[in-house]
Design a protein around this ligand. Structure first.
Ligand code: PMT
Length: 221
């Protein structure tokens, strides 16, 4: 039988960037490498959980015993998350989802014109973590907050606005942590607690985050 702080629990984790197509050869995206989300998936399996990892395009191997679903756009990530979280106990949204996507995808490659300035029209993507958290019988929902200033107050705002149980904030203005680095340093924010975890390897941090999440989950249910 399974042992560990998440023994027998089902987790859904999102990781990596989304890609929002402009035409058959171009897209809008960001620098997420998937390392933080994949490390969380690995740590959750080690804690005894059944893990589904919904990943944007990244160059990482799937951790052992993890079920991986590959997607490209935010809309596809939402669809995968809605279907997988119908059965899950804990949802962790670590993906760097594009807030906006091109309002139309050109059927053919967009040609270079004579004009010096080209305008792009973008429309808002659905908010995946807020959609899942607002469902009846929502799982215990954990978001991330990528901030460059006033980290705790913006994280508290997202915690409330998106109806999350926990938000994990990181400072993405630094190049030694956050996007596409091997290390991270975070602040955990719940309705009544603020806890700082110092800079360390994402793999090590993931183990500590999974411990915190397991404790909060148990205190909550
Ligand atoms: O992948 P790495 O290179 O290891 O980098 C890790 C990371 C920096 C990407 C990660 O630690 C992180 O901060 N992930 C969240 C990035 C982000 O999109 O943050 P945000 O503050 O814009 O969004 C807040 C939350 O809403 C996040 O949980 C995000 O997944 C979610 N969101 C955002 C927009 C959207 N349309 N749907 C969402 O679900």
């Amino acid at each position: 039988f399974e042992t560990g702080s998440l023994a027998g629990l089902r987790l859904t984790i999102t990781a990596g960037p989304t890609r929002e197509p402009l035409d058959p050869v171009r897209y809008i995206s960001n620098h997420s490498s998937g390392k933080m989300g994949f490390s969380l998936a690995q740590a959750a399996v080690s804690a005894g959980a059944h893990v589904t990892l919904i990943s944007g395009p990244v160059n990482l191997a799937t951790p052992d015993h993890v079920t991986r679903l590959d997607i490209n756009s935010a809309q596809d990530m939402l669809q995968a998350a809605e279907s997988d979280t119908a059965q899950c106990d804990i949802f962790i949204a670590c993906a760097a989802v594009a807030d906006y996507r091109p309002s139309a995808v050109a059927e053919h490659k967009i040609k270079k014109g004579k004009e010096e300035i080209m305008e792009l029209h973008l429309i808002k993507n659905p908010d995946i973590v807020a959609t899942i958290a607002s469902k009846v019988n929502a799982p215990f929902t954990v978001g991330f907050a990528a901030e460059t200033r006033d980290i705790v107050s913006y994280a508290q705002d997202k915690l409330v606005r998106k109806k999350l149980d926990l938000i994990i904030a990181n400072d993405v203005s630094r190049t030694d942590i956050g996007f596409n680095s091997d290390d991270n340093a975070v602040t955990l924010v719940t309705a009544d607690q603020v806890t700082e975890l110092p800079m360390m390897r994402k793999r090590q941090l993931a183990t500590s985050l999974i411990d915190h999440i397991a404790q909060l989950y148990k205190a909550n249910r």
